[in-house]
Ligand binder design. Structure first.
Ligand SMILES: C[S@@+](CC[C@H](N)C(=O)[O-])C[C@H]1O[C@@H](n2cnc3c(N)ncnc32)[C@H](O)[C@@H]1O
Length: 390
């Protein structure tokens, strides 16, 4: 029966989430049976928190709302041990205030409005086009970063959290190279997590777990990880201090928080240095328009110190065409060109001419990498700090 309905509802046990999608405009109770079954399945399995994710609903009528509200009321009163978190979007304009009203009625119900503007840059990052960016960057960075992770204190047998894990490559590489006790990886992009989970299943890797979550409000316990990583993500989120606070909170006393960020305006290359410089600066400007700071690299250490971490150490990974695989480096830049000409140009209202200039600058960057006498460099800053013993 579910296939014929214009909406879908599914319980995802690993996320503690009931996810709705499509058009929920029932004319009779029988059309709502899958929802009731889904709730009873979820309630039999979850403890702590249950997410009711309604953000992919495109349409909802009053009957649909009334039944969901009734279920929320039943759960809120019968299961006071459970936090019920409603995630709604403004696609159905009248719905958020009504769901928010439900949250006012019961202390164990909260409503969070999810929009593509969860953070200003999300529109550009949370895209299929971004998957090749993350994959190729991780491939290029890993051979360098593996050694730096050791230098910054990562050892086998540790409990590791990778916050803002993206498509999950890093968690997998780390699991294979460092044999941690476990890796818990969290991100706010369902599409990246789906990708990551498929890879882990395919590789049959244990001790890696991906979870949906907001890095500024992690559902992870205080003082529970030996090593907490957050790579290339403080630079894209517009309130980095809120993420750093959570990285600190979940780190064990004596453990370390490790972050990486770019200094994009210092990427450089020759020949054609001017065109390359203009492209890199242009990219920083476009990201800036969306509340992101691609020059966050050298600033991160201060955020770690401000939060109370000590023994703060900084290193710079200078990726260049002499110390890295040139074709892997080329793939990274090609993936950037795709994003620039697609969603990024649209989100920042670039003229066709400006996009073309930037594309040509990054093609020169690729040319510099492959040139017999050329040079191309891209600096990534690492900062890590130790959580003091309490
Ligand atoms: C540039 S990507 C880096 C991903 C990954 N760390 C890597 O190096 O491949 C930034 C990631 O941060 C995630 N992100 C941004 N803000 C977040 C937040 N508040 N909570 C959870 N994830 C967030 C995005 O969904 C995205 O996957």
């Amino acid at each position: 029966m579910t296939e014929k309905l214009p909406y879908s509802v599914k319980f995802h046990p690993s996320d503690h989430a009931i996810v709705f999608a499509g058009s929920l405009r029932p004319s009779g109770k029988e059309e709502l049976d899958p929802i009731y079954s889904c709730f009873s399945e979820a309630l039999g399995e979850v403890s702590g928190v249950l997410y009711l994710n309604l953000k992919r609903l495109r349409q909802l009528n009053h009957t649909g709302f009334a039944h969901i509200a009734g279920l929320v009321r039943n759960v809120a009163t019968a299961r006071s041990d459970l936090k019920l978190k409603l995630i709604v979007s403004s696609v159905i304009p009248w719905a958020p205030p009504r769901f928010e009203h439900l949250a006012e009625l019961w202390p164990n119900v909260t409503a969070e409005k999810y929009d593509r503007a969860f953070y200003p840059g999300q529109r550009v990052i949370d895209q299929d086009d971004f998957i090749p960016v993350l994959k190729s960057q991780n491939q290029l960075l890993w051979s360098h970063e593996k050694e730096y992770l050791r230098i910054h204190g990562l050892q086998s047998g540790m409990r590791v959290a990778d916050v803002c894990c993206g498509t999950g490559e890093f968690a997998i590489l780390l699991r294979k190279a460092f044999d941690p006790e476990s890796v818990v990886a969290v991100d706010h992009s369902r599409r990246f997590l789906e990708y990551a989970t498929n890879v882990v299943d395919e590789f049959q890797l244990d001790r890696v777990e991906y979870r949906f979550g907001d890095a500024t409000h992690l559902l992870l316990l205080d003082d529970s990880f030996d090593f907490v990583t957050c790579r290339l993500s403080l630079e894209v989120f517009d309130r980095p201090e809120q993420i750093v606070r959570e990285l600190f909170r979940i780190c064990k006393p004596g453990g370390r928080v490790y972050v990486t960020n770019e200094l994009m305006s210092h990427a450089l290359g020759y020949p054609h240095e001017e065109s390359i410089e203009a492209a890199c600066h242009g990219l920083v400007g476009m990201f800036q328009q969306l509340g992101m700071d691609l020059d966050f690299g050298p600033k991160a250490a201060v955020y770690l110190k401000d939060e109370g971490l000590d023994d703060v150490r900084i290193d710079v990974i200078e990726i260049n065409n002499t110390n890295s695989d040139v074709e892997e480096f080329v793939q990274v830049i090609e993936s950037w060109i795709d994003v620039i000409s697609g969603e990024l140009a649209a989100a920042t209202n670039q003229s066709a001419q400006a996009v073309e200039k930037m594309r040509s600058g990054f093609e020169d960057f690729i040319g510099a990498m492959r040139h017999r006498r050329g040079f191309a460099g891209w600096p990534i800053y690492i900062a890590s700090g130790r959580k003091p013993d309490s």
